[in-house]
Design a protein around this ligand. Sequence first.
Ligand SMILES: [Zn+2]
Length: 110
Amino acid sequence: MKELKFLVKGSAPQPYELLFIKDGNSLTAICNCPAGEHGNFCKHRISLLDGKPKGLVSDNAEQVAVVVEWLVGTDVETALLELRVVEKDKAAPKADLVAAKRKLARAMNS
Ligand SMILES: [Zn+2]
């Protein structure tokens, strides 16, 4: 099991802590922002998984690429790709977007 931690400046005075855990084929992504703490979708984890974290304040920018590699072949990657499809489809009902975000949040929490 491998772990990487990042600090990201969000809307709160204190930076949020993002923890990525790679265990075999599973990737767990934890964020302590209000949404993340409730097991909901948050943009902090997504921007890091996209390889371009916004507001990164920890001095380990070079480790972002490692997490991007960890994503490959996981259920998180599948859920993220599904979300991207729904996001691109302007005709998709809002409920589909909500469902895709929920599925992604679930994948990241397990
Ligand atoms: Zn977050």
